[in-house]
Design a binder for this molecule. Structure first.
Ligand code: FAD
Length: 520
């Protein structure tokens, strides 16, 4: 599909007249979109931002952007498109923060709903009543960082996070929301009690495990296909104030993953467990995050990586000021059971909020150098435990032996607290690894840091996974054809399709994924 570059009002007006003409021949005449009675507004100008996303590779220009002030604004707009039926090719995409990678929150000549507009009108509500588990009610357009700030005022916090918090609730719940706490609490979609959703027919529906359960499970991990999340009720727990943030290095992959798995299986363990791959970084210690101090600076200065691939285990222990000694002892005990390279123990003590908002620090730095708005050909994979050694051998030992163009995360998650009724697709096994190649491309470079090179490396990785039958699934999936989507969903395709025909039968919602196409 080619990017649609311009979008004139005259084109739009012609379309309105056509709709008016068609609708006057129907039982109830439809108002043109432009004069829908809304509390917010539909904008047909200043819409180019809705044709961009973090991936910086796909640009589909919408016809209009809806800035809703209320849930009825969203419902009215979708109902309007629904009533136009197959006489119109209009589609609708919710846009949280537009941190998608391949146009998933865009709608070519459709309506993009700016979910940020609605959050302003729906304050975050923390509820802490007696014996009941505390929770927070938020708008679907709310940012996780705002939720963190607000819940901390009550001494509470959500349990499961993403590494970066300037993402919307609707955006992460449409995928899963995974970070280093997922082994303990499940992904973010496992920590939601209730949702309010506007379906593809414009109906506003409350749903939970006990009420409209099918819609609830469909929407979680549902890639925006079944409805727009307008409210979410998220589970909370008491918040710690401080975090011991620890990194250690391994040169042996087998030991690294064995100890990661050991840690996620243990009863007494860290609160957050992730890891990443360091490819060919000489002078590693000098480039190490400045906020981290080596446990033994003299020993650390003698450590040389010799250009070898290294594996960094990253862990965090949460605690409150008054429990500092206990946290220290527990951390020491846990570390004593690990066999990392002893001179590479790095520990920082930071506030809980600084720990969770850590990626934002990098964002500010990258923005200041003009390096945030570059193409991001990211590849996120879920790899079954039984395939991780073969995967690492070929990918870190061959395809990416010499260079990487950004961080490569690798950490195990288990199926605990996962509900297989949701729409998210994961590998068959109980334990699988999230491996995220978070590459940035240098614009117009034709070298190994250019977009084409990185995309061809991604393709080699995917081809290897397929030819080796590793049982890998894409996270934040992206495909171009329905055949590929069928392959992705496997036996779950039929139920996904069935849910689509129930909640969005005209395929109005989230066209940017290119799973279903509106038939006109
Ligand atoms: P958008 O890009 O605006 O939308 C994404 C999709 O969700 C679109 O299909 C859109 O139509 C749909 N959507 C948006 N809002 C709604 C809604 N209210 N109702 C229904 N559908 C909706 N993910 C992780 O799991 N873990 C991480 O650690 C992590 N780290 C990240 C770090 C960075 C720097 C970035 C850029 C992304 C990261 N992500 C991570 C991926 C992120 O979770 C997804 O890209 C997410 O969709 C982004 O949220 P958003 O609000 O920007 O969504």
């Amino acid at each position: 599909m080619k990017p649609y570059l311009t979008n004139s009002s005259s084109f739009y007006l012609k379309k309105c007249f056509m709709i008016l003409f068609i609708s006057t021949t129907m039982a109830t005449p439809l108002l043109p979109l432009e004069i829908l009675p809304l509390e917010g507004r539909l904008s047909f100008e200043e819409i180019s931002h809705a044709a961009r996303d973090f991936g910086n590779r796909y640009q589909f220009h919408p016809l209009a952007v809806l800035h809703p002030k209320s849930v009825p604004d969203i419902a009215k707009t979708i109902k309007h498109v629904w009533k136009m039926g197959q006489s119109s090719d209009l589609t609708v995409a919710a846009r949280g923060c537009g941190h998608s990678l391949q146009g998933q929150s865009q709608a070519h000549q459709g309506i993009v709903i700016d979910m940020g507009s609605i959050r302003v009108h729906h304050p975050i509500q923390v509820v802490r009543n007696g014996g009941v588990q505390p929770y927070v009610d938020v708008s679907g357009g709310e940012l996780w960082i705002n939720i963190l700030h607000e819940t901390l005022k009550h001494g509470l916090t959500p349990k499961s996070w993403t590494d970066y918090l300037h993402l919307s609730v609707g955006g992460t719940l449409s995928n899963a929301g995974v970070s280093g706490q997922a082994f303990r609490h499940g992904p973010q979609i496992s920590n939601v009690h209730q949702l309010q959703v506007v379906t593809g027919k414009g109906e506003v529906v409350n749903c939970s495990k006990n009420q409209n359960a099918e819609l609830f499970h469909s929407v979680l991990g549902g890639l925006g296909q079944f409805g727009i999340i307008t409210r979410a009720r998220i589970s909370l727990e008491p918040a710690p104030n401080k975090v011991k943030w620890i990194r250690v290095l391994y040169s042996d992959f087998d030991t690294f993953v064995r100890e990661q798995e050991q840690l996620i299986a243990a009863k007494e363990t860290f609160d957050y467990i992730e890891g990443f791959v360091i490819i060919n970084r000489t002078g590693l210690l000098n480039n190490w995050r400045t906020s981290f101090n080596p446990q033994d600076p003299v020993q650390a200065s003698q450590f040389s990586s010799d250009g070898k691939t290294l594996y960094c285990l990253e862990m965090a222990k949460y605690f409150n000021h008054e429990e500092a000694d206990l946290a220290e002892q527990e951390t020491k005990l846990l570390l004593s059971q690990l066999s990392y390279i002893s001179s590479t123990l790095f520990i920082a003590e930071v506030s809980y909020i600084d720990f969770l908002d850590r990626v934002h620090v990098s964002e500010i730095k990258l923005r200041s150098k003009g390096l945030w708005e570059v193409p991001h050909p990211w590849l996120n994979l879920l790899i079954p435990k039984s395939s991780i050694h073969r995967f690492a051998g070929q990918v870190f030992g061959n395809i990416l032996k010499d260079t990487s163009n950004g961080p490569i995360l690798i950490y195990p998650v288990n199926k605990s607290r996962r509900d297989n009724r949701t729409s998210v697709v994961i590998p068959e096994e109980d334990i699988f690894y999230l491996v995220a190649f978070l590459s940035s491309a240098v614009p117009s470079s034709t070298g190994s840091d250019g977009l084409d090179h990185i995309l061809s490396q991604n393709k080699r990785i995917l081809d290897f996974c397929e030819s080796g039958r590793l049982g890998v699934k894409q996270y934040l999936p992206h495909y171009s054809t329905q055949e590929e989507w069928k392959e992705h969903f496997g036996p779950r395709w039929e139920i996904f399709k069935q849910r689509k025909s129930t909640y969005d039968p005209l395929a109005i919602l989230a066209p940017g994924h290119r799973i279903f196409q509106k038939s006109i």
